[in-house]
Design a protein around this ligand. Structure first.
Ligand SMILES: CC(C)(COP(=O)(O)OP(=O)(O)OC[C@H]1O[C@@H](n2cnc3c(N)ncnc32)[C@H](O)[C@@H]1OP(=O)(O)O)[C@@H](O)C(=O)NCCC(=O)NCCS
Length: 152
């Protein structure tokens, strides 16, 4: 599966970040961070079926010195009347957080989405996940849906 370099830039600490895209997440070095992140979500009780990758799952991922430091798994979907980017899950390695890496990944994913005709980008986030809620807010994303539940 071919991986394409989408973008290269320095992060907030001056490290060179390479953002790559692959149309199939399974065969990329980003899969191990994706799996590790899922284990953390499940441990926190946030593991939702919608986060699971399918054989249509694509990925954008960030490398610093050849190491995968962040990823966003997604799918291009036809949402009834418009084409959208549906994000399944995204994570940045703890040691590399706060350096603008997720923002770079998301911005490149938006550009990729536009280039293939998508009109919207969507993700789901647990309401307790403050870092991700703040991050999505800073990216200009807005709440459009609430899930309402209580423990029994
Ligand atoms: C959420 C996460 C991906 C953010 O990655 P990151 O690379 O540290 O984020 P960035 O440095 O690009 O920050 C983007 C914006 O969000 C804000 N932000 C990031 N982390 C934050 C935090 N812990 N608290 C408050 N705001 C935060 C930043 O201030 C920044 O805004 P700015 O550009 O206006 O300064 C990272 O914390 C993570 O991997 N968390 C665990 C994975 C997870 O919970 N994923 C959600 C389930 S899918």
């Amino acid at each position: 599966m071919t991986e394409k370099v989408l973008f290269t830039a320095k992060d907030k600490r001056g490290a060179e970040v390479v953002i790559k895209h692959s149309a199939q997440i399974a065969y990329t070095p980003a899969i191990s961070l994706f799996m590790k992140h899922h284990a953390e979500l499940i441990e926190k009780g946030w593991g939702l079926p919608m986060f699971l990758a399918t054989n249509r799952s694509q990925v954008v991922y960030a490398e610093i010195n050849g190491q995968v430091v962040g990823e966003i798994a997604f799918e291009v979907k036809d949402d009834t009347y418009i084409k959208i980017i549906q994000i399944y899950a995204g994570a940045v390695e703890p040691a590399f957080r706060g350096r603008g890496i997720y923002k770079m990944l998301h911005t490149q994913l938006e550009a990729y989405g536009k280039s293939v005709g998508c009109k919207r980008i969507r993700s789901e986030v647990h309401s307790d996940n403050k870092p991700m809620v703040e991050t999505l807010d800073s990216l200009g994303k807005r709440i459009t849906f609430y899930r309402i539940e209580k423990d029994l």
